[in-house]
Design a protein around this ligand. Structure first.
Ligand SMILES: [Zn+2]
Length: 128
């Protein structure tokens, strides 16, 4: 049984995102390059997501909560979150990941609500 995926709102995420146990995972594709991003978020584009799951697990090894989003969090974000949950259920690897969440309304909702965005071009983003 894959674990269930829960949703988090932008305001909830804003209040917890600086906690060291949380990673924000942006699965947008090339839009990230010109639309800005949530500071400190990891980028794992949805089109290559499956192949990069082991690298994501490595990058998030000290995190227990991963918050996925795409532009609207309607298709790619929930899909990648589900893929990760299925992967973890399959490999039964001890990863420390306890919560898999999706950011409601995605990056577009985050930005439209006036929440802080980062426009750096560094990979990974070092913002905040
Ligand atoms: Zn940045």
């Amino acid at each position: 049984m894959a674990r269930s995926i829960t949703y988090i709102t932008g305001s909830q995420l804003l209040s917890v995102k600086r906690r060291p146990n949380i990673a924000v995972v942006d699965v947008r594709d090339e839009e990230r390059n010109y639309d800005g991003h949530i500071a400190g978020s990891l980028h794992y584009a949805s089109d290559t997501f499956l192949d990069k799951i082991p690298s994501l697990i490595e990058a998030a090894k000290d995190k227990d909560t991963l918050v996925f989003h795409c532009a609207l969090s309607q298709v790619r974000g929930p899909k990648c979150a589900r893929r990760l949950a299925e992967y973890l259920a399959e490999v039964k690897e001890e990863t420390g990941i306890k919560n898999i969440m999706v950011l409601e309304r995605g990056y577009n909702g985050w930005e439209a609500s006036g929440r802080p965005v980062c426009r750096c071009t560094e990979t990974p983003c070092k913002g905040e």
